[in-house]
Write a protein that binds this ligand. Structure first.
Ligand SMILES: [Zn+2]
Length: 355
C-alpha cells in the first residue's frame, strides 16, 4: 500500500517535472528565436527610459520647498534642519539657500522659520538656468506614451522642434528607427549639459511612432506605419492625398492616425519657429533653403529639394512649413554613418541664428 502511494506521488512529481521541462524548453526556444530581433531594442532601446538627472521632477523648484513635495511648510523646516545636521536626507538642492546669500547654513533655517511664522521676509530659490524635463503629449494606438523633452532657459525667444522616428522601420533593416531614437536621446543628453542655448527652447521627440518601432514587422506597413497601418508622414494636411491601399503610404484621410493628431496638437500648443523631422537613409534634405544651407554645410548630404505646391504630400515637415515654421526633413545617409558632432554643429547653427 505504501509502495502504491509512493508510486502515485512519484508519478505526480515526474509529470510535474515534465511540465516544467516543456515550459522551460518553450521559453528557451522563444528566447533563442526572439533574441536576434530583440537584441537591438533590448540593448539600446530607451524611448521611455532616458535617464537625465532631474528629469523625474517635471516642475520648477519652489522657494522654501526643501523636501520637494510641492508645498512649503514645517516639514521643510524639519528637512532643512536635518540636512544641516548632516543627516542623509533627500533635499531640493536649488531650494536650500533660502535667504539667497550664496551659502547654506543656519541663517537659512532662521529665514525659513521666519517666513513660515508670517514675518515679512523674502525666501529664494536658485536660478534654475537651463531646465530639462519631459512631458507626455499623447498616447499611441497601443497605449504607449508619446514623450517630448524640453530643454530651455527660463527666458527664451525661439523654439526649435527636433522630431524623430515618425517611421519605426526605415529602409535599411528591421527596427532601424531605433537609430533615430538613439540619436535623439544623445542630443537630449548633450544639450541638457549645455550652459548657453542662446535663448532657444529645444523640444525633442525621440519617438513619434513607438508602436511601429517596437511591435511593427515591416517597412511596408505596421513598422514603418503605426499600429493601424497608417503612414504618419503621409497623414498631415499639406498637399494631402488619401491613399486607400493598405501598405507603405496608407492614409485614408488627413490626420487619420492618433499619433499624427497628437503631433499636430503639440505643434499648435508650442508653435515652434523651426521644425526638423529626421529620417533615414536617403542622404537628403527637403525644406526651407535657410535650414538646408545650414545643414548641408555641416553634414554634406547628397540631395536637396524644396517644398513645392505638389510635393511632400502629407509630410509633417511640409505641414509645419505651411503653418509658418521654417521646416525641413532630413534623411541621414545610413544607419551607421550619423556623425554626431557634425549633427550638433548643424543644430548649433540654428540655435545661434547662423543660417
Ligand atoms: Zn522615414
Amino acid at each position: 500500500m505504501f509502495w502504491k502511494k509512493e508510486k502515485t506521488i512519484l508519478k505526480k512529481v515526474l509529470s510535474l517535472t515534465m511540465c516544467i521541462a516543456i515550459v522551460l524548453s518553450l521559453v528557451n526556444n522563444w528566447y533563442i528565436k526572439a533574441a536576434p530581433n530583440l537584441w537591438k531594442l533590448n540593448d539600446s532601446y530607451s524611448i521611455s527610459s532616458l535617464n537625465i538627472d532631474g528629469l523625474e521632477d517635471n516642475s520648477v523648484v519652489k522657494a522654501g520647498d526643501i523636501n520637494g513635495d510641492g508645498a512649503v511648510n514645517n516639514k521643510d523646516l524639519t528637512r532643512l534642519s536635518q540636512y544641516l545636521s548632516e543627516w542623509d536626507v533627500k533635499v531640493e538642492e536649488d531650494a536650500l539657500d533660502v535667504n539667497g546669500d550664496g551659502a547654506v547654513n543656519n541663517k537659512d533655517l532662521t529665514r525659513l522659520f521666519q517666513y513660515l511664522s508670517g514675518y515679512d521676509v523674502e525666501i529664494y530659490v536658485a536660478d534654475p538656468g537651463i531646465q530639462t524635463y519631459s512631458f507626455v503629449y499623447g498616447k499611441s494606438v497601443n497605449n504607449r506614451d508619446l514623450v517630448c523633452y524640453s530643454i530651455s532657459p527660463k527666458d527664451y525667444t525661439k523654439t526649435i522642434l527636433l522630431e524623430f522616428e515618425i517611421h519605426g522601420f526605415e529602409d535599411e533593416y528591421d527596427h532601424d528607427g531605433q537609430v533615430l531614437v538613439d540619436t535623439a536621446n544623445r542630443i537630449i543628453t548633450y544639450y541638457s549639459d549645455v550652459l548657453d542655448l542662446n535663448k532657444t527652447r529645444l523640444l525633442i521627440i525621440p519617438s513619434s511612432n513607438p508602436d511601429g518601432l517596437l511591435d511593427g514587422t515591416t517597412k511596408d506597413g505596421f513598422g514603418r506605419c503605426n499600429a493601424e497601418g497608417i503612414d504618419l508622414n503621409r497623414d498631415f494636411d499639406a498637399n494631402y492625398v488619401a491613399n486607400n491601399t493598405p501598405g507603405r503610404n496608407y492614409t485614408p484621410y488627413a490626420f487619420s492616425a492618433k499619433e499624427s493628431r497628437a503631433l499636430r496638437d503639440l505643434y499648435y500648443e508650442y508653435r515652434p519657429d523651426i521644425v526638423i523631422d529626421f529620417h533615414g537613409w536617403e542622404s537628403s534634405l527637403i525644406g526651407d533653403d535657410r535650414l538646408k544651407n545650414a545643414f548641408n554645410q555641416e553634414m554634406g548630404l547628397r540631395i536637396s529639394n524644396s517644398f513645392t505646391s505638389s510635393n511632400a504630400r502629407g509630410y509633417f515637415s511640409n505641414w509645419a512649413h505651411q503653418q509658418g515654421s521654417l521646416a525641413m526633413l532630413v534623411e541621414f545617409t545610413s544607419s551607421n554613418s550619423i556623425e554626431f558632432s557634425k549633427l550638433i554643429n548643424a543644430i548649433n547653427r540654428l540655435i545661434n541664428d547662423e543660417y
